[in-house]
Design a protein around this ligand. Structure first.
Ligand code: ADP
Ligand code: MG
Length: 544
């Protein structure tokens, strides 16, 4: 059959260019990426065959095989997993569908620092394309389990790839790398050496649940032990981190690892991670979220949303629930009582872990907050049951501190101060220059500065902390204990006030004399129940 040449999408071309010119110093990880893809494909075919009894696949020996050829300088990795259709190959291998690609490329172009570029690409992860760090040509042959025809894909990673339909092909996928000639004499990059391959597999992929074998050998190179099922004391930090990279497709180490086990009525194991960086799609509507679900070591689904609330969507990992049916659906999971119990426990554990981190390492916690704080604050609305715990996690900036917790604020409250004061606005500078602050600063009161759009929303729901009311400085009458304007002052300004009242009647309800300002001549104050200017803007922007 005839070969077709297709162009890579522009973003793909740019990323490939970066990979070929080896922006990433640790080239070994290309093998981890290939194994990770093969393992996912094996998970999928097993699941498919359990659900669809008519699927004509042989699942008796699902495995990954690696073959090296020293003379030809090739490395081939085969799996007998689900495989890909021709359309899959074009859409999955020829394009980068990840949201945030354009953003990543823009940032990459802006940075001149190689280390920073590596960190960026590491956060993004480039999966299959990492093969071009070590190969100057890659050939992929694949056949989807439900189809008779296969597909061949080949590229040197430069501007285009070739694609061809094949009458036959073994089920699954094989990827052959033609290793770069310039690495021939470098022991460090000798990917045709069996010892080298074994070492990389042991280091990065030991926990993969499927046997990874060297061609012609029976004994798997990896131990295949599901990490979450092993006792904590037997798992090293490196193993946890490699596992994290496998499930999250992230290239950087996680910030926190949470390994837990539930016994009793519902047996389950969970291995969760808090990443070091927010993914590019965290705040986009179509971003992926949820955990991987297994039932007694059998992979059931990715992105299982029922296991973790929306505001903790940055948490990655695996839950193995022992008593679920293998063909449980997403809809059923949302209703399942066992899943709800597990989810509650995971939330408690994640929040407790974050609390401990905050107490133990303020700097590390500050880093966490910078990445994920906006999401955690959503929990103040989404998860009223855990509101107390969440309020202990939240950090704010204020007129007195770059960063403070509510508890620290309360500890600094002045004698006679009864309320926790805050002001919302678009930016710190805007709030700081607001006349509303004057009287509070004059009294030495600290005011929290809330500049995330979500702040406008949760302050409506959360009315107190530690028995102290949260009070906006821009709303209602704030009792700062100062005197009412004197009768004499009132008489002096009566004409001005009535003139202002008439002139501005379209815009304000009333113009009144106040002693709350110290240097500004006037300021606008909302009613207790009015919406704030920023919220008004937000609603307008949403078309309401
Ligand atoms: P990611 O694994 O993060 O999705 P990759 O670049 O590693 O990104 O792979 C892109 C996609 O190509 C995978 O999501 C998968 O759908 C498909 N794919 C890659 N390798 C295989 C394989 N061996 N078998 C089946 N599908 C594969
Ligand atoms: Mg991958």
């Amino acid at each position: 059959m005839s070969r077709e040449t297709l162009e890579f999408q522009a973003e793909t071309r740019q990323l490939l260019h970066l990979m070929i010119h080896s922006i990433y110093s640790n080239k070994d990880i290309f093998l981890r990426e290939l194994i990770s893809n093969a393992s996912d494909a094996l998970d999928k075919v097993r699941l498919e065959s359990l659900i669809d009894k008519d699927l004509a696949v042989d699942t008796s020996d699902l495995h990954i095989e690696i073959e090296v050829d020293k003379d030809k300088r090739t490395l081939t990795l085969r799996d007998n997993g689900i495989g890909m259709t021709r359309d899959d190959v074009i859409s999955l291998i020829g394009t980068i569908a990840k949201s945030g690609t354009a953003e990543l490329l823009r940032k990459l172009r802006e940075t001149t620092d190689g280390g920073a570029a590596q960190a960026l690409i590491g956060q993004f992860g480039v999966g299959f394309y990492s093969t071009f760090m070590v190969a100057d040509k890659v050939t992929l042959v694949t056949r989807h389990a439900s189809e008779a025809q296969g597909t061949l894909w080949e590229s040197s990673g430069e501007g285009a790839y070739e694609i061809e339909s094949l009458d036959e092909a073994p089920q699954g996928t094989s990827v052959t790398l033609y290793l770069k000639p310039e690495d021939r004499d470098d022991q460090l990059f000798d990917y045709t050496a069996e010892w080298k391959i074994r070492e990389i597999v042991k280091r990065y992929s030991d926990f993969i649940a499927w046997p990874i074998r060297m061609a012609g050998e029976d004994q798997p190179v990896n131990s295949m032990k599901a990490l979450w099922a092993r006792p904590r004391s037997e798992v090293s930090t490196e193993e946890y981190h490699e596992f994290y990279k496998h499930v999250s497709h992230d290239w950087t180490d996680p910030l926190e690892t949470i390994h837990m086990k539930g016994e009793g009525t519902f047996e389950y194991e969970a291995l969760l991670f808090v990443p070091a960086h927010a993914s590019f799609d965290m705040f986009s509507r179509d971003g992926k979220r949820g955990l991987q679900l297994y039932v007694k070591r059998v992979f059931i689904m990715d992105d299982c949303e029922a296991l973790i609330p929306q505001y903790l969507r940055f948490v990655k990992g695996v839950v193995d629930a022992h008593d679920l049916s293998l063909n449980v659906s997403r809809e059923i999971l949302q209703q399942d009582r066992q899943i709800q119990v597990v989810r509650r426990r995971l939330v408690k554990k994640v929040l407790a872990t974050l609390k401990d981190l905050k107490a133990a390492d303020a700097e590390k916690y500050g880093g966490f907050w910078g990445e994920f704080g906006r999401a955690v604050k959503e929990g103040l609305l989404e998860d009223p049951d855990n509101r107390e715990q969440l309020l202990d996690l939240v950090l704010f900036s204020s007129t007195a501190a770059e960063s403070t917790s509510l508890r620290e604020y309360v500890e600094r409250m002045k004698d006679g101060q009864t309320d926790i004061y805050y002001m919302t606005g678009e930016s710190r500078a805007m709030v700081e220059h607001s006349p509303h602050l004057e009287a509070f600063l004059a009294k030495g009161y600290e005011v929290l500065i809330l500049t995330d759009p979500i702040d406008e929303v949760w302050v409506e729901q959360v009315t107190e902390f530690d028995g102290k009311p949260l009070q906006s400085v821009a709303k209602g009458k704030v009792d700062l204990g100062e005197s009412e304007p004197s009768a004499e002052q009132a008489a002096d300004f009566a004409d001005l006030l009535s003139w202002l009242g008439t002139t501005l009647q379209e815009n304000v309800k009333e113009a009144r004399l106040s002693t709350r300002l110290t240097t500004s001549a006037a300021c606008i104050v909302g009613d207790e129940h009015d919406i704030t200017p920023t919220l008004e803007k937000m609603y307008r922007a949403m078309g309401q």
